[in-house]
Design a protein around this ligand. Structure first.
Ligand SMILES: *Cc1c(COP(=O)(O)O)cnc(C)c1O
Length: 349
């Protein structure tokens, strides 16, 4: 039994993935096996058919980009769907738990709680400083451990070596999900290259951030095939719509990847400018190390700053309710003009 099968929720292990017509496949020239329309009614090629080849092509392109085999890559509706899939695959409602390192991204706990799975909190900063042993103090062994890297909303990046130690420590105990939604901003730090080596690792990626495709809802889970096969039992039959797969194919062409890389450079330069301006601002008490497309800063009075910005039509993200993040606001880094405008308003507070 693989570690994935051993940790899997028993009722999921028994499942067979939904046998969609696309999954069953077959060679022929008259496909009358999926109750599709024989022709589109609007002028869009193949839109009358359930999605298939395009999704495969997009997944192959992403696998190439991430440096994994296509069998180690599952496409879904954003990284958010993958978070939910992992929880539904491995956790039994009312019985199992997940762990997360707070402050962090909110969807791990939202997804867990909606499936009646308990959430145990660990300290993100202990992990950031290389301490992987806090997990030993949990009352119940978690089935799945979520790490967001770079961490949202703080922006900091955990060392690859710390994460690998954590994955090895839990190698026969838990699935470790490393959420790399901002991984394209720190490409050489990704753990995608070790999904081969660790059969308890899931790396989450998305086209929503550096690829600027949030509206298309495309994300990927990268993992050993023993995990991908279980996730495939739980995922909906046609998660990626045909027009969406076509957008993904375009975004993942070599031109698309070059555009993304330029975008990352622009955003990184603007982010450094914003971080510097915040560091020099009298109302700011702390600027967090930023590695994604956002900067988190602590203010003397975040509510006041939030309101002043809001009066100027600028809406930041208030993070002050998160553990340890009192008086913190998060700013997404956009175009040079947007950052100029933000800095200007912050300087005139
Ligand atoms: C934005 C974000 C996601 C969700 O990504 P989608 O692909 O748009 O669902 C997941 N994790 C983190 C940390 C994010 O910031």
């Amino acid at each position: 039994m693989t570690i994935a099968e051993r940790l899997c929720a028993p009722h999921v292990l028994q499942l067979t993935p939904y046998q969609s017509a696309r999954r069953i496949g077959g060679t022929g020239n008259l496909f009358i096996n999926a109750n599709e329309s024989s022709a589109p009614l609007i002028d869009s090629e193949a839109i009358h058919l359930y999605p298939g080849d395009s999704v495969e092509r997009m997944t192959q392109q992403y696998a190439n980009y991430a440096g994994v085999h296509v069998e180690q890559c599952l496409a879904g509706r954003g990284a958010d769907e993958a978070i939910e899939l992992v929880i539904r695959t491995f956790c039994v409602a009312g019985q199992d738990s997940i762990a997360q390192f707070t402050p962090t991204y909110g969807m791990y706990s939202v997804s867990a709680l909606t499936h009646n799975v308990e959430v145990q909190n660990l300290d993100f900063y202990r992990l950031l400083h290389g301490d992987i042993n806090e997990i030993d103090q949990l009352t119940q062994a978690p089935k799945v451990v979520f790490v967001c890297n770079p961490n949202n909303p703080t922006g900091e990046l955990i060392n690859r070596s710390t994460l690998i130690k954590l994955i090895e420590k839990l190698s026969d105990k838990a699935i470790v999900v490393v959420d790399e939604a901002y991984g394209d901003f720190v490409a050489d730090q990704s753990l995608a290259d070790v999904v081969n080596r660790y059969s308890n690792l899931v790396v989450l990626r998305t086209l929503s951030k550096a690829f600027a495709l949030a509206g298309a809802r495309i994300g990927f889970a990268l993992a050993d095939t023993s995990i991908i096969e279980l996730l495939a039992k739980v995922i909906a039959p046609y998660p990626i719509a045909e027009p969406v797969a076509r957008l993904g194919i375009e975004a993942l062409s070599s031109d698309g990847i070059n555009l993304m890389a330029n975008n990352v450079q622009q955003i990184s330069a603007n982010r450094k400018r914003l971080s510097l301006a915040l560091t020099q601002n009298h109302d700011v008490t702390e600027v967090f190390e930023a590695q994604g497309n956002y900067v988190l800063a602590r203010f003397k009075n975040a509510a006041y700053v939030f309101e002043q910005l809001s009066n100027q039509g600028i809406i930041a993200r208030d993070q002050s309710k998160q553990p340890g993040l009192a008086n913190c606001l998060r700013f997404t880094v956009g175009s040079s003009e947007q950052i100029d405008r933000l800095i200007d308003v912050l300087n005139r507070l």
